[in-house]
Design a binder for this molecule. Sequence first.
Ligand code: PLP
Length: 377
Amino acid sequence: MKKIQMVDLKGQYEFIKPEVNAALQDVLENTSFINGPAVHAFQSDLEKYLGVKNVIPCANGTDALQIALMGLGLKPGDEIITADFTFAATVEVIGLLNLTPVLVDVDPKTFNIDPVEIEKAITSKTKAIIPVHLFGQCAPMDEIMEIANKHKLFVIEDNAQGIGATYTHKDGSKSKTGTIGHVAATSFFPSKNLGAYGDGGAIFTNDDELAHLIRGIVNHGMYTRYYHDVVGVNSRLDSMQAAVLKIKLQYLDYYNERRKQAAIQYTQLLKDHPNVITPFRLYDCNSHVFHQYTLRIINNDRDGLVKFLNENDIPCGIYYPVPLHLQKAYTHEGYNEDDFKVTNQLVKEVIALPMHSELTTDQIEFIVSKIKEFLKR
Ligand SMILES: *Cc1c(COP(=O)(O)O)cnc(C)c1O
């Protein structure tokens, strides 16, 4: 059996090596390393894939979130509601822009932001909501958009973990994640479902005016060369990364299908175990692209299991070990522990198993057998 990895970037590269090598060679030959044809081609392919009017590539997912917020004309002190249980980048950019993060609890089944908690947190200062499609599962976008419309709030989807997922609306129509809110951010970090060979990110929006503004913001606030109309940043996706991403985008549905099959096998083998809660899928089969396959270990020793798996050469991850409201950088005395019951519980129970498109059935069987062996002790 091949050595088990959290993410098998080498195996993934081997599968597309001739195409990738040729595309990189192309960039080397034409030397348009920044803003070259590969960037435009990838941008246009991604717009078609998502069914969104504008994709604006940038340097990474954190920048994408920050730039999306910058485009919305928010002012210091404006409150932005987001989930307590997510990667810190989401709340970091809120802080960087001197906006006020308001963290709320999540749904224990889906790990996603809870619309009931969003409503409770709205004040006269609330200006936006950032739902995160955590671990690859769509957040409840219809409910979130309803709340946003009622209170005139912006919705910025953090789609860093959810690219390729399809949300089915209450009326049966379908949208790709990242095309439902006013604007969305994604990351092409190598381990993401659509990963580059370095850093990368993008902003999506159907709003042409906002797209125009953002295209300037990513490029020093310039709309005409050397005329700076707004305060911007320098945030670019380079041509090498775009060339790789253009190829990998063609395989994104295949990669996500492979992840889904791995998830189905894990769940099949673990679903009846008394100490395990397998990931819950809220909508249809395509609403979860399993960026992570995250179990909850109940009435047992989660940390002991991590250690045991590592001793058996099985990597695993704790996403995330500390709720954001308890992180030194983001805590404040206004928070009440009773408001974060779910996150406080989840951080003690979650464990993410190896999940990627190259995982084999015998690897999954081995991982599960070791989990069961530990939990029996
Ligand atoms: C990865 C990630 C980001 C940040 O992306 P980078 O490209 O690493 O900056 C933001 N939000 C979430 C939820 C992520 O998983």
